[in-house]
Design a protein around this ligand. Sequence first.
Ligand code: PNS
Length: 159
Amino acid sequence: MASKCLYPGSFDPVTLGHMDLIRRCAAMYDAVVVGVLHNPEKKGCFPVEKRVEMLKKACAGLPNVQVISYGGLLSSLTRETGIRIVVRGVRNVGDLENEMTMARINRQLDPGLETVFLPASPERGEISASMVRQLASFGADLTPFVPKEVLPDILAAFK
Ligand code: PNS
């Protein structure tokens, strides 16, 4: 059976930290579904359609990566698709604490669902979408933080 994982997130917008995780997933699994989901804790900046569009541009060179959006619970998506592995990146201990809770709840809602934690690469460990949004609002150079394919989209949004 071909292996498949779901890499969910807000991707508001996609960063080089996300791309590091997506590339590593693409090397480990036959197929990767990148899911743009709603995080109730966060007020969105880019519309979901735009986030998907930017992710598709950034993932164009990765043939086993598919990008989708989903408006419900992560556990509903995994139930609907039958995907059994969710991958989440962890940058620090704070991330891990939140992720452990989320993984346990998701497993209660969809028994048998496994969450795999991948440590962020050292050179990408400090990047977050919120930091990118803040830098963009001050007109800083975003080249070290976001995929070059989406840089014009982000600059246009913050013009
Ligand atoms: O990039 P993020 O914001 O850390 O991603 C979080 C996300 C979107 C994966 C999470 O908030 C989520 O799964 N949202 C869907 C709603 C859901 O299932 N909530 C219960 C999680 S225990």
